[in-house]
Design a protein around this ligand. Structure first.
Ligand code: HEC
Ligand code: HEC
Length: 228
């Protein structure tokens, strides 16, 4: 009698464990770690991040695919939420971010934030005057347009400050130019207090080209993180 009860309890325990294992296998939020989503996708519309953002999150400058390695994890997570909701409108990232669960967005943000990667090669902008004009906007702003220097918020050498002011060093001139254009045309509309929308609206195309060329010319200076 006693033995039969212990047996039944064992059976129950094993059945519960089997159900848990089955749930983990059928639910990608449990089964997939961020490195494998980055490499191979999540089996849904979120295709392999590495095909566009590089094996180590270094980005693909010529296509305007941004660097993710070493960016603040809260910033990355906020951007994934914004792509999913459409407040940052982008045809490529919208379906991908929407197909990620909330846990996957968080774990991918932490994963990329912890990666160290050298700067992805981009054909250097061969125009010293353009870069010098960009440097002057970045450091001193354009006071007669009421534009503060970018470094007031993004720190010296574009190293960024915390979750709110992302690192620009390491991004390509193509991506920086695209982002400023996206704020100007309203497709990127999720920035806090519309700070960047206000700034981009004051830049004309030649000033965008200059400041993008300057930031694109800066080296990446990584804080400690983990080697991929
Ligand atoms: C087919 C190419 C492609 C794939 C695959 C892709 N991305 Fe992107 N991603 C982009 C592009 C293009 C942008 C820039 C969009 C823009 O200009 O607003 C971007 C931007 C981002 C940003 C914003 C970066 C920043 O500095 O603001 C994050 C975060 C991001 N992607 C994460 C991911 C993750 C995580 C995956 C995999 C689940 C992924 N991406 C897969 C093309 C891709
Ligand atoms: C008053 C503060 C402030 C100033 C000045 C400022 N920015 Fe920003 N910038 C921000 C904030 C906040 C964000 C993050 C927006 C978001 O979360 O969507 C940002 C984001 C960016 C991004 C997006 C980076 C990425 O990874 O997608 C670029 C590019 C950028 N700024 C360029 C510039 C340039 C160029 C200047 C100078 C002309 C400048 N910023 C001046 C506050 C500022």
């Amino acid at each position: 009698m006693l033995l039969a009860r212990i047996d039944r309890r064992h059976q129950l325990k094993w059945s519960l464990m089997a159900i848990c294992v089955a749930l983990e296998v059928s639910n990608p939020a449990f089964a997939l770690d961020p490195a494998s989503i980055a490499r191979s996708g999540n089996g849904d519309a979120a295709t392999a991040c590495s095909s566009c953002h590089g094996d180590h999150g270094e980005g693909l400058p010529d296509n305007g695919f941004p660097r993710l390695a070493g960016l603040d994890s809260r910033y990355l997570r906020t951007q994934l939420e914004a792509f999913a909701s459409g407040s940052r409108a982008n045809e490529i990232m919208h379906p991908i971010a929407k197909a990620l669960s909330s846990d996957e967005r968080q774990s991918l943000a932490s994963y990329y934030s912890g990666l160290i990667a050298p700067k992805a090669p981009q054909q250097a902008v061969d125009d010293d005057k353009l870069i010098a004009d960009g440097k002057s906007i970045a450091l001193d702003g354009i006071w007669n347009k009421g534009l503060p220097g970018c470094s007031q918020c993004h720190a010296k050498l574009g190293l960024g400050v915390g979750a709110s002011f992302p690192r620009l060093a390491g991004q390509s001139s193509t991506y920086i130019g695209n982002s400023l254009a996206a704020w100007k045309d309203g497709s990127r509309g999720n920035d806090p207090l519309s700070l960047m929308a206000g700034i981009a609206s004051k830049l004309d195309q030649s000033q965008i080209d200059a400041v993008a060329a300057y930031y694109g010319s800066l080296p990446v200076d990584q804080p400690e993180g983990k080697t991929p």
